[in-house]
Design a protein around this ligand. Structure first.
Ligand code: HEC
Length: 161
């Protein structure tokens, strides 16, 4: 039987993972998690790192995370540990997209094979998408080697592990 595809409007994250970490975790784990210790995440499985981050968030972080916000925070931890890029989409105003980036100096919007460079200031980026462009056909890229690719229509964050 044919299944109807339910159209879903892509949504940005409502909690910026990098800003969240700065506010709730850095006082113990240092700027960008530098006190977490090299290779800390590699000692965990996906599930146990998720559990650890969830417990830290609800406990000493005093700001519980769940669902996609927890997924994104776990992704940020893999990127903190690997030094690879982390990219999050956290806002949309009309044709303007904005978000966070870690471990990469540049963010690009790719539409139909053409690249436009986003404005990056510190951990934040912002870019205007072409007028009326559907989010299904755009992606965002951070870093060079390795690079990470965020597809806003699929998932509002991406990370290198
Ligand atoms: C009040 C200090 C404090 C705050 C705030 C805090 N942590 Fe922790 N964290 C610790 C301590 C102490 C440990 C080591 C003992 C343990 O695992 O319980 C730890 C361990 C961890 C580990 C495991 C590190 C390893 O080497 O295995 C992770 C991951 C972590 N915290 C993430 C977070 C996150 C995410 C936040 C913010 C939501 C956070 N922590 C907030 C004190 C803190």
């Amino acid at each position: 039987m044919a299944q109807n595809r339910v159209p879903v409007t892509p949504k940005p994250l409502t909690v910026g993972p990098v800003a969240y970490f700065a506010e709730h975790c850095e006082r113990c784990h240092g700027s960008r998690g530098r006190n977490l210790g090299k290779g800390f995440a590699k000692r965990y499985s996906e599930a146990t790192l998720r559990k650890e981050v969830a417990e830290m968030a609800a406990g000493p972080g005093q700001a519980a995370l769940e669902g996609i916000d927890l997924d994104a925070q776990v992704g940020l931890h893999w990127a903190i540990d690997s030094g690879r890029p982390f990219l999050a989409w956290t806002g949309r105003k009309g044709d303007q997209l904005s978000g966070e980036v870690l471990n990469a100096k540049s963010v690009w919007l790719v539409v139909g094979g053409r690249k436009r460079r986003a404005d990056v200031h510190g951990d934040s980026w912002v870019i205007r998408i072409p007028n009326g462009m559907n989010l299904d056909s755009v992606s965002l890229v951070a870093g060079v080697k390795p690079q990470v690719i965020l597809q806003p229509a699929r998932r509002p964050f991406a990370f290198g592990r």
